[in-house]
Design a protein around this ligand. Sequence first.
Ligand code: BT5
Length: 269
Amino acid sequence: MTEIFKNRAPLDAQLLEQELLLRQCLWQNAIIKDEVTSTNDIARELVASNTEEGTFVLANFQTNGRGRQNRNWEAPKNSSIFISIVLKPNSENNLGWIPLLVGLALHKSLEAETRKDIKIKWPNDLVLVENNQEFKFAGILIEKINNLVIAGIGINFDQERNELPVSNASSLKEILQSRLSKEAVIAAFLTELSARWLEENNASTWPTPSLVRDYKTNCITLNKKIEAQLPGGEVIEALAVDISQSGEIVVKTSDGTRSLSSADIHLIS
Ligand code: BT5
């Protein structure tokens, strides 16, 4: 194991700066830490100290990486991308679309970099689908502080199969059987997110039709039979039929139609 870690380089600040300068990106100032509890914790500190807009946080290792609902997000040192960005929405309306927008930006950038058929599982898991099984290789945690939003993104970069914490996980290396540049992947994602964010945050109606259309086109959950585990523990079987104007998934059950704002989704067929 240590052999594998030895060959993994930490993030290269200079290379990242060059990649960002080549692109039209809202976020240019990277704070790169070697080890943090969670990049979202550092982003919270930035918010508390009124750090200028345009700053984002990266780390080579997280000792207490978080998923949704206080679950863990784990990856060996230097094997993965951990990034947190502070977003300032112009309006409190439709914050529910922010996780979907971040997921779509990640999807678009990775699709372009990898040329693989990857999908978004509602709300914002990035998955590769093979033989009807989905393998998650990136997850997003959105946290709200006052009128700001912290988007924390974890991308499994070059973990080997035996380093992934669960059997239905994957990494870009597993998917591609080759390496990309971590810095280029980060810059491509931030560039895609910049464009989407500016378009939505400046629009009078939000989500814009193009965001809704692009999201639905790339969302694997729609038109599937699903099992949804709700935050209270209730599990329902349903058909996923739509995404609502506030970013909820609309499902049909034997009892009628309902909109779910938060759930863990398992695709059945
Ligand atoms: C997520 O949660 O998918 C959100 C993950 C967000 C991580 C980023 S990293 C940068 C920023 N800083 C943080 O502290 N967090 C964000 P959720 O859908 O709840 O998935 C968590 C579940 O996925 C866990 O319970 C494990 O079963 C599984 N898991 C843990 N680590 C994983 C990994 N590296 N790859 C795939 N699955 C993982």
